[in-house]
Design a protein around this ligand. Structure first.
Ligand SMILES: Cc1cc2nc3c(=O)[nH]c(=O)nc-3n(C[C@H](O)[C@H](O)[C@H](O)COP(=O)(O)OP(=O)(O)OC[C@H]3O[C@@H](n4cnc5c(N)ncnc54)[C@H](O)[C@@H]3O)c2cc1C
Length: 408
């Protein structure tokens, strides 16, 4: 008689399918399809016009990918960080800006999912996010704080169960297109610059006045000009606890791992073009190995190192429980150093890899109108070291290493 008992893997699968229709495998398949059929087709125009990749995000929404980071308890797919990173890397092989939008959205969902589970309002919000596939944006930057995400000038004013929050942000990716924005600010008007909270601002409850343009070298589709935000809402939209914790335990690990993954996706796209080029050369002279094949072997090693760097960090992160006590480990210097090193090393590796791919392909990679063009990939990667300046991160590492004695 055949046993009807489900294996642990099948139980997991059934649970996931019940929760949002797709398991991680299903979401990855959908993301691959969207990358090749939609994101790749629109990437040149998104880049040329510096416009939001609306078609790609609409397709991600239709496929349920926007709720991949929502826990199963709220109806999401409950993907691990390693799985979310895989989705971002996959999409960015077709369009770096789309990969960055997806990564930034997952970072915000992660902050809510991991730090607001004690709030009935936020549990309901996550269920609504699954149902409506809301897109979340982020506003950490501020005029006058000079790229230091751990200090704010603006403060949330609370009273009578409501809040008022106004902020002048230097950079706000796809804020105009998002359903809500997670905004950092001081806890109240008397709080220190580093005593911050995160506030969920609904798009319909705010006015966004664009203050600068977004005509950049790369990542043009993230549509990230400066904005003056004026907002209000219910007091329960303030994420419980302190941003110091959600930053160290979620925002920084999610950002540095998901960004590294998407940068590796852009680099992988460049290496794939170089590989196609080299194979074409080999076909022209059967029986010989073209000199560019040696360069291809070298760059594929660098790409593999980059991938393994973020994959191992994601696996180590996923091995730590999501509970408040287990998460404390992520506030340690050892983790801060590991994540900072990951960010610096992957942000430096990505443009180097694209540069090496360009040396392999030559003039066809330099031309904007060739199928081997590497211009967009190169320009997109140049943002990596600036997006939270590497010098700023290195300075933090330098001061931690004065007191941190264990090997990181
Ligand atoms: C593609 C992209 C999308 C973005 N999206 C968003 C978004 O959605 N929301 C948001 O809020 N922000 C966003 N940002 C902004 C980002 O969060 C940072 O605020 C911004 O990249 C930092 O800008 P900065 O170079 O002026 O800042 P700074 O960090 O002040 O750097 C300025 C200069 O000072 C140097 N420097 C700084 N500190 C030190 C130090 N300690 N030692 C030595 N040199 C130092 C840096 O190397 C740099 O040359 C985005 C940025 C990019 C590139």
């Amino acid at each position: 008689m055949t046993s009807l008992a489900l294996t642990p893997g099948e139980v997991e699968e059934t649970l996931s399918v019940k929760c949002n229709g797709l398991s991680f495998g299903g979401l990855l398949g959908e993301t691959r399809r969207i990358a090749s059929e939609i994101a790749a087709a629109h990437a040149p125009e998104v880049d040329a016009q510096a416009r939001f990749p609306a078609e790609t995000v609409a397709a991600l929404r239709d496929a349920g990918v926007l709720s991949a980071a929502v826990p199963r308890a709220q109806g999401g797919a409950g993907c691990s960080l390693a799985e979310l990173a895989q989705l971002c890397a996959t999409l960015s092989q077709a369009c770096g800006s789309s990969g960055m939008v997806l990564a930034m959205h997952f970072i915000q969902v992660g902050c809510v999912a991991r730090h607001a589970q004690g709030s009935e309002f936020f549990r309901g919000y996550l269920r609504d996010l699954v149902a409506h596939q809301y897109l979340l944006a982020s506003m950490t930057s501020e005029v006058g704080t000079y790229g230091d995400t751990r200090s704010s000038i603006c403060a949330v004013e609370s009273g009578g169960g409501r809040f008022v929050l106004n902020k002048d942000a230097t950079t706000g990716s796809y804020c105009a297109q998002a359903d809500a924005i997670l905004v950092t600010c001081r806890r109240d008007k008397d709080a220190a610059a580093s005593d911050q909270v995160l506030v969920l601002v609904r798009r319909e409850d705010c006015t966004l006045t664009q203050t600068t343009t977004w005509d950049t070298l790369g990542m043009r589709g993230t549509a990230s000009p400066g904005f003056r935000l004026e907002s209000s809402g219910a007091g329960q939209q303030i994420v419980p606890g302190s941003y110091a914790d959600s930053s160290a335990q979620t925002m920084v690990p999610y950002s540095h791992i998901l960004w590294s993954a998407l940068w590796s996706g852009i680099a992988a796209d460049a290496v794939a073009k170089a590989a196609t080029f080299v194979r074409g050369q080999a076909r022209q002279n059967p029986g010989t190995v073209p000199p560019t094949a040696t360069r291809l072997a070298e760059v594929s090693m660098q790409l593999q190192n980059m991938k393994q760097n973020w994959q191992s960090a994601a696996q180590a992160f996923d091995a730590i429980g999501a509970g408040a006590v287990e998460r404390e480990e992520l506030s340690s210097m050892a983790w801060a150093l590991r994540l900072n090193n990951l960010k610096i090393s992957c942000s430096e590796a990505a443009p180097q890899i694209v540069h090496r791919a360009l040396q392999i392909v030559g003039i066809l990679g330099y031309k904007n109108d060739s199928p081997f063009s590497l211009g967009r990939q190169y320009r997109d990667c140049l943002s990596a070291s600036l997006m939270i300046a590497n010098d700023r991160i290195a300075a933090k590492n330098a001061s931690m290493l004065l007191v941190f004695k264990d090997a990181p």
